[in-house]
Design a protein around this ligand. Structure first.
Ligand SMILES: *Cc1c(COP(=O)(O)O)cnc(C)c1O
Length: 421
């Protein structure tokens, strides 16, 4: 559920008409709903009720400072995957003890930044990385809390580019080697080995892969405890999918996911951490764009928008579907026609949808891409020297620009000319 609904024939974000935001900031832009962000966070938080837990928002999904602050004020921790994200989380007021550092190749500099600023734990992905964390911790005279990310070799049944839990993926250490790696970790004086981490992929639409993975984590917990390790925290990653198609998608609900965690891991008495990103931000954001031209082609018609693949890359990158709706609600029973919906970038990949049924639309009309809040703005680029589009946050009847559209001068002046030119 989200807070982008039609009222009297116009699409609203909470209590603000989308057309009003468009008039104020220009198109294209991203808009997020505070109420939806908070609702999704709370669904996870409530789903783990009764267990000692922390929901760490995977901020790579949408990392604007205002979004982080909104979630942090509700009690969220953060899952970061780079030194830059760590600094972003700190800047938004998240204390170090609520920041988890994930990611497959943390550099010594990034590790130093996090250890100096305070960190809840590092999720270690390899033995060489473990050695570097140990060395940096000893150098700083601190102890680094760590978990080891294990790769449980389960098929997450999701898009190949976002599956991470099969043995051929680059993530974590094979679960079969865990015993050896934990024994190694225990010999390193700069580390405190506190738990186990697992993350098998993103946009999972069934619980079965989670169940397989978490069952393996439960067995591993008992085994490592028997081997003398004080396993007291389990980080279960993110990955729960969202409905991208209103009509027929029904991924599991956070409450069902929480019940699965209780069932598979509840008896172990560990503190539970989860790292949802997409499910918190995805349906809390729209990308709003304007029709520039309606063009009739050979046997097909094109809606050419002012938004493009550089603004929202998911269709080009993951063959992702986004529902695209008219900001002015179509009259009931109006005849829909198929369009190819495209952006202006000089690549055929700049196609958002093919032969998508849409109500009659004309140049100047606004459309909204639903479910664009996660992996939208954060993956945008300035390809074709198209400025990064603004982000707007709505809270009830207020809205604020939370990232401005840069001017062309700002973009051009980022380049510098060598003195020989
Ligand atoms: C990307 C990622 C997440 C978040 O995944 P979602 O599908 O957005 O919930 C969580 N943990 C790790 C380690 C990740 O890489």
């Amino acid at each position: 559920m989200d807070h982008f609904l039609y009222r009297d024939g116009a699409l609203f974000a909470e209590d603000v008409p989308i057309s009003e935001i468009a008039a104020a900031v220009g198109t294209p832009f991203y808009v997020y709903s505070t109420a939806t962000l908070l609702r999704h966070f709370k669904l996870f938080d409530d789903a783990l009720n009764g267990m000692d837990h922390l929901v760490c928002y995977a901020m790579k999904a949408a990392s604007n400072q205002a979004i982080l602050k909104t979630l942090a004020q509700a009690g969220a921790g953060m899952d970061v995957v780079s030194g830059g994200e760590y600094l972003r989380a700190k800047a938004a007021g998240v204390p170090g003890e609520k920041i988890v550092f994930s990611g497959v190749g943390k550099t010594a500099d990034e590790i130093r930044t996090a250890l100096a600023g305070g960190i809840r734990q590092f999720n270690v992905e390899s033995e060489p990385e473990m050695e570097v964390i140990n060395a940096v911790a000893l150098d700083l005279g601190v102890i680094a809390p760590i978990t080891v990310r294990v790769n449980p070799d389960v098929d997450a049944k999701t898009h190949a580019k976002i599956a991470t839990g099969k043995s051929e993926n680059k993530f974590g250490i094979p679960i079969a080697r865990a015993s050896e790696v934990y024994a190694h970790a225990a010999t390193l004086p700069g580390l405190d080995v506190i738990g186990i981490d697992v993350h098998i992929g993103s946009q999972l639409t069934e619980l079965a892969p989670f169940e397989l993975a978490y069952t393996k984590v439960a067995e591993l917990t008992e085994q490592l405890r028997a081997e003398g390790h004080n396993i007291r925290r389990l980080d279960l990653g993110g990955g729960l999918g969202i409905p991208y198609t209103r009509a027929n998608d029904a991924p599991p609900l956070p409450v069902e996911y929480g019940a699965l965690i209780q069932k598979t891991l509840g008896h172990l008495g560990c503190e539970i951490e989860i790292e949802p990103g997409r499910l918190i931000a995805g349906n809390a954001g729209l990308m709003v764009s304007k029709v520039i031209y309606v063009k009739s082609g050979e046997g097909r018609d094109f809606l050419i928008l002012d938004g493009a693949m550089n603004d929202l890359i998911r269709p080009a990158m993951y063959e992702a579907h986004h529902d695209i709706v008219a900001v002015t609600e179509p009259a009931p029973g109006v005849e829909q026609r198929p369009y190819d919906i495209v952006g202006p970038v000089c690549e055929t990949g700049d196609t958002f949808a093919k032969q998508r049924n849409m109500p009659p639309l004309a140049a100047g009309d606004l459309v909204a891409f639903r479910s664009a809040g996660a992996y939208g703005a954060v993956m945008a680029s300035e390809y074709n020297t198209r400025p990064l589009i603004p982000e707007v946050l709505v809270h009830e009847d207020q809205f604020a620009v939370i990232r401005e559209r840069p001017s062309f001068d700002e973009i051009i002046n980022r380049d510098t000319i060598p003195e020989w030119l």
